[in-house]
Design a protein around this ligand. Structure first.
Ligand code: FES
Length: 97
């Protein structure tokens, strides 16, 4: 199972194990890691945006919803549209608002 390291809430770090097929947003919420998700995880806002510091190639490719919201370049991704597909570890930084 891949490990996901979340940097969040200033200087906090939370490391969790994830099932493949889950979005980064779902994994964060399942572990009480604060992550905004104003549109409910449907790819229509950008409040769940994160920086992928490691393991971009372990996630599903950027999709149309992300491109429609202008999330076009690494390391930015929408957490709700980024699905864990690989077995290697991933590290992300949650946006603070
Ligand atoms: S929760 Fe709105 S784009 Fe991800």
């Amino acid at each position: 199972m891949p490990k996901i390291t979340f940097h969040h809430s200033g200087d906090q770090i939370t490391i969790v194990e994830a099932e493949k097929g889950q979005s980064l947003l779902q994994i964060a919420l399942d572990h009480d890691i604060p992550m905004e998700h104003a549109c409910g995880g449907n790819g229509f806002c950008t409040t769940c945006m994160c920086d992928v510091k490691k393991g971009m190639d372990q996630l599903s490719p950027r999709n149309d919803r992300e491109e429609n919201m202008g999330i076009m370049e690494d390391p930015k991704r929408l957490s709700c549209q980024s699905i864990v597909e690989g077995d290697q570890d991933i590290e992300i930084e949650v946006m603070e608002y």
